[in-house]
Write a new protein. Structure first.
Length: 262
């Protein structure tokens, strides 16, 4: 086990708090505590064996205990705030005990995160003031984690399909049609479509649409490109088509998404 994970799981009844200017570069791993992470000043992804969750600014990622995962970032980050919560201090029937996701950070939650910036390591009942503060923090998380951020990309262990997914990501600015990709990778259109649906639990068209929106969100947060420029660079042939699809998926316009998250 990685030395850092040994520290996290050392005392099953203790909170563990870790603030760092760079993420712990860990491969797929798991631990015995629930994890809340807030990544300040960057764009990141929570990857599990089944899904990839896009983490925009002003959102926290939630990872239930025992979930295999890693976190990747395509940008430099200012600070990563990690909180590891004992399962005994969390309602076992709450959706967060079983399901990972991305949730908005309220002003109150952000102030509580910043309040703990000087705390590092285990917080036990002996640390009465800090322990009670983290209990309150836990209760705020339970209250605000109602509606997860809607954008989740499915993934797969199927090596043949992973090659296809990489091609999609590498060529998202180009037209991507089911027939063309099936032919490129040596499948009939029907078998290619079935393979996609069986392994990804979504259609080829839906996956491409979600990937385009994820890429556009990254660009909205990382670049100074106009919304129109981003639309074309993500494979859309009109601004109206992009704006409609973005609103449909994210329930907010591209301009408002950029404004709220910067």
């Amino acid at each position: 086990m990685h030395p850092f994970l040994e520290k996290v799981d050392n005392d099953s009844e203790a909170y563990f708090v870790h603030h760092n200017k760079a993420e712990e570069m860990l491969p797929m791993h798991q631990h015995e505590k629930h994890q809340l992470s807030y990544i300040e000043g960057g764009v990141a992804f929570l990857n599990t064996s089944e899904k990839s969750y896009f983490l925009p600014a002003r959102h926290f990622l939630w990872i239930p205990a025992g979930t295999k995962h890693n976190v990747t970032s395509r940008t430099s980050v200012k600070m990563v705030h990690n909180f590891y919560i004992p399962t005994s201090l969390f309602p076992s029937k709450h959706v967060l005990s079983k399901t990972g996701g991305i949730y908005p950070v309220t002003n109150l939650l952000m102030e509580m995160i910043y309040y703990t910036e000087e705390w590092f390591g285990e917080i036990t009942k002996k640390d009465a003031e800090e322990f009670e503060f983290l209990n309150a923090f836990r209760n705020v998380v339970l209250h605000v984690a109602k509606i997860p951020f809607p954008l989740v990309l499915p993934t797969t262990d199927n090596e043949n399909l992973r090659v296809v997914l990489k091609y999609i990501h590498d060529n998202i600015d180009q037209p991507l049609y089911l027939n063309d990709l099936a032919k490129r990778f040596g499948y009939s259109t029907r078998s290619f479509s079935r393979m996609f649906q069986k392994n990804m639990d979504t259609s080829f068209l839906q996956y491409v649409k979600l990937t385009r929106i994820v890429r556009s969100m990254e660009k909205l947060l990382k670049t100074d490109q106009s919304v129109s420029e981003i639309a074309y660079s993500c494979g859309y042939n009109s601004l109206s088509s992009f704006s409609y699809t973005f609103q449909q998926v994210a329930h907010i316009s591209p301009a408002e998404f950029r404004k709220q998250n910067l």
